[in-house]
Design a protein. Structure first.
Length: 295
């Protein structure tokens, strides 16, 4: 792997809904290392306004600085960019690769349960969630218009097959470059099915804003954990449709607990601050608690 020999623009893009844990530390340090003589950027992904907390944003700055990292300021904050995401969403609407879907989680669950084999037999995405069954995908334009007027809650879903077909037509090939393996990976448009790209009141989702902002910040090497590798199949299609440049991807291994369990903020795993409070220095934390920064 020779990526670090070249100059890359990389980023670390945490969501401020908890303290950073060891997995975040590893991801940020890896992105910093892979930037080489290029640039390491920090971006705050706080589109989930219900879960974002300013004190977590402050803690991100504090924890990363303690690890010895620095980054250009001002830091891009996604919650100040909803208008920009809306413009991108409108472009996808004009291409007719998104459609409104009124199905609630319960509607989707109930539908799947009535199908042969039920939930057990239903296809799942890489995170184990059931693939969206296409409710509201093929309703007539007049019914769709009428439902839009009624004003119920809906989500904008990507028509993944159509989007992939148009992307393939535009670009010829549908793949992304996995820098950690030095290989091209073919895009599988059905991996996550028709994902949600925006909601009635929030003109974006993770998938849309991350693609918009990686392009806006000229990211040349997207560095993140292997748990997001599947999402890259969606992101690459969106990049082609929106005519953004193609970054390379480096999906790094995940930091695990001694018992092999994945770390996660939700599971209440201990934060970087815990180690600091225990008297660890950054070198000791990096040397003793993280896998080697290979790459
Ligand atoms: N904001 C995402 C997270 O905290 C990471 C997004 C990415 O690296 O693409 O999980």
């Amino acid at each position: 792997m020779t990526t670090q020999d070249t100059a890359h623009i990389t980023r670390f893009a945490p969501s401020p809904n908890g303290r950073l844990h060891l997995g975040h530390a590893y991801s940020a340090l890896m992105a910093h290392k892979l930037a080489g003589s290029g640039r390491f950027i920090l971006r705050i992904e706080d589109i989930d306004l219900g879960r974002r907390r300013q004190h977590f944003i402050d803690a991100i700055y504090e924890d990363l600085a303690w690890l010895g990292l620095s980054w250009p300021t001002p830091v891009m904050i996604q919650s100040s960019r909803f208008d920009i995401y809306k413009t991108a969403l409108n472009r996808l609407r004009e291409m007719e690769v998104v459609y409104p879907c009124w199905a609630s989680r319960a509607d989707i669950r109930d539908y799947i349960n009535t199908q042969q084999g039920g939930r057990e037999a239903w296809p799942v995405d890489p995170d184990g969630a059931a693939i969206y069954p296409g409710l509201y995908k093929d309703i007539s334009p007049s019914k769709r218009d009428a439902m839009m007027w009624e004003g119920g809650n809906y989500a904008w879903r990507l028509d993944s097959e159509k989007a992939a077909a148009i992307a393939r037509q535009k670009n010829g090939v549908l793949s992304y470059f996995e820098a950690s393996q030095q290989e091209n990976v073919d895009i599988n448009p059905g991996l996550y099915g028709d994902v949600i790209l925006a909601r009635k009141d929030i003109p974006t989702s993770y998938h849309l804003s991350v693609v918009v902002d990686d392009a806006a910040q000229d990211i040349s090497l997207v560095t993140r954990g292997m748990d997001l590798q599947g999402a890259t199949h969606i992101h690459r299609i969106l990049q082609i449709l929106l005519e953004y440049p193609e970054p390379e991807y480096y999906h790094h291994e995940l930091v695990r607990e001694a018992d092999g369990r994945r770390l996660s903020k939700r599971a209440g795993d201990i934060g970087i601050d815990y180690y600091r409070d225990q008297g660890y220095g950054p070198e000791q934390l990096i040397g003793e608690c993280l896998p080697p920064l290979t790459g």
